[in-house]
Design a protein around this ligand. Structure first.
Ligand code: FAD
Length: 472
């Protein structure tokens, strides 16, 4: 059994298939123009491959008809939301039909009484936030791409964000789904109940399945009441390992911050070079936010967090004195990806995740890998749930640096797995990490995953070439 890697392939749309697709979605919702196929050939990763055509279904029955046709003809189908994935998940590696779900973007039901919403997959994350806000509710996963990513994409990738340590990821909020299977059958999973243990948990099987098992056409999401008070603070450290130890200790100190983010030295320097935020130039900064319903409560929680920071050798701890000051700190954190991406011709953002007790080891390990391969790895991320974002910044036109990047990535993922961690906390496997899958999952687990894929998709039409599922 091999671990990953797939041969590229291509499907060309024959006229009769084109006409059949137009018959299902209508002429205005079919597209095979070169310019649009180039747009569908990439996502936010480094991978590219052109599809043959794109369709915009408007209802579940159309998705079902498209999959029935594709299954009979053996044509690859690639579901697509916002195309913001970072690991090549929505790249049509074997060509075929891009199933663009952006036209299915209705919020079908918002029930505060039942604490849930029923949405179509093309709803943009921030549009849901705006719909919930007047009711005093929110949907917590909060990926940084929230302005453009879709809820269907969030479900298919199990998206998370800065509040993961306290509020969890998308998986924790999906109560039920409507899914179209690769042969066109339409299935409902889960229920509108907050609790259910009825049957196998098919809902969770589809969350994080990266469009390889079925197309999500309706989602039932649990929603949370918004908190009304928060406290934000910053701590600086001369040694990134001390910052890592501080994070581990906060997480068993009895309080659970809503946010606990880390910014490493390279990220701090890049932010200072590109903004006027003037962050202290230290080895690491921790940013924390506590939330609740009264200011006293959140200040009390923060006092415990700050005591831990001091005990772990923080050089300076500083509580934000105003909303503007807090907003500046979050602006600094949010700018990290973009300012680092400007430094060199190429960048790749990783998202290895380790157990809470191993964060200091992981941070030190990343520094060592960076030195060993002489490549810039700027680390920041959601330290509160062990999810680190080492961002490789390099010159992709220099062969030596490309090789160093590859070798350093291999070592990074080996280290994460050896620390008891995982290849990905939120960005998924896609194409980028397929070759590492059997480092984390044993051969029996890989065999079970591949058997499930074969059972639901025997002709391998749905998003083929991802997650190392195609290998024997
Ligand atoms: C600047 C930036 C910041 C980011 N920050 C975060 C972050 O904080 N947290 C995080 O988790 N991710 C983050 N991401 C990654 C990305 O935004 C998420 O993975 C997001 O969930 C992808 O949603 P999308 O709609 O863009 O999906 P796409 O990229 O279009 O697709 C992603 C995968 O989902 C599948 N898919 C899409 N819709 C469906 C559907 N209806 N049914 C079945 N399969 C489907 C696709 O086939 C593909 O495999 C970030 C990306 C960028 C560029």
């Amino acid at each position: 059994m091999r671990c990953g890697g797939v041969a590229p392939g291509r499907f060309k749309v024959e006229e009769r298939i084109k006409q059949a697709l137009i018959g299902i979605v209508g002429e205005k919702n079919y597209n095979d123009s070169l310019i649009d196929m180039v747009s569908y050939s990439y996502d936010a990763s480094e991978y590219k491959h052109r599809p043959s055509c794109g369709v915009w279904p408007e209802k579940t029955e159309q998705v079902s008809e498209i999959l029935k046709l594709a299954n009979e003809e053996g044509i690859p189908v690639i579901p697509r939301g916002g195309g913001t994935g970072l690991t090549g998940m929505a790249v049509p590696l074997k060509g075929g039909i891009v199933l663009d779900l952006n036209h299915m973007n209705r919020i079908k039901n918002l029930s505060i009484e039942d604490r849930l919403v029923v949405v179509e997959p093309g709803v943009i994350y921030d549009d849901l936030v705006r719909a919930l806000d007047p009711h005093g509710f929110f949907f917590p996963p909060d990926p940084a791409s929230s302005q453009v990513c879709t809820l269907g994409g969030n479900v298919a990738t199990n998206a998370g964000g800065v509040k993961g340590a306290k509020y969890g990821t998308t998986r924790d909020y999906v109560l039920g789904l409507q899914v179209v299977l690769p042969d066109g059958r339409i299935m409902r999973t889960g229920s509108q109940c907050i609790k259910s243990v009825s049957g196998y948990d098919l809902t969770k099987l589809f969350v994080g399945s990266e469009g390889t098992l079925g197309v999500v056409t309706e989602i039932i999401l649990k929603i949370n009441p918004k908190t009304t008070a928060s406290t934000t603070a910053l701590a600086t450290f001369d040694d990134v390992e001390d910052a890592g130890r501080a994070v581990s200790e906060v997480m068993h100190s009895g309080v659970l911050p809503a946010v606990l983010e880390i910014l490493g030295k390279e990220a701090i320097m890049a932010i200072n070079q590109n903004t006027d935020l003037n962050l202290p130039e230290v080895d690491a900064i921790l940013l924390a936010e506590t939330d609740g319903y009264t200011q006293d409560e959140t200040d009390y929680q923060m006092s415990i967090v700050l005591d831990v920071f001091k005990k772990k050798n923080a050089r300076e701890v500083k509580q934000a004195q105003s909303e503007e000051e807090a907003a500046d700190l979050w602006a600094a954190r949010k700018s990290a990806y973009a300012v680092l991406a400007r430094l060199k011709t190429h960048q790749v953002l990783e998202d290895v995740t380790v157990p809470m007790s191993r964060i200091a080891d992981a941070l030190k390990g990343i520094q060592n890998i960076s030195k060993k391969y002489n490549i810039m790895i700027a680390t920041y991320g959601h330290a509160g749930d062990g999810n680190l974002h080492p961002q490789f910044v390099y010159d992709g036109y220099d062969e030596k640096q490309v090789k160093a990047k590859k070798d350093a990535s291999d070592e990074l993922f080996r280290m994460a797995v050896d620390l008891g961690g995982t290849l990905t906390g939120e960005h998924g496997i896609g194409m980028q990490k397929a070759r590492y899958m059997c480092w984390e999952h044993d051969l029996v687990a890989m065999d079970v995953m591949r058997s499930m894929k074969r059972m639901l998709d025997p002709r391998n039409i749905l998003n083929p070439g991802k997650m190392a599922l195609d290998e024997e």
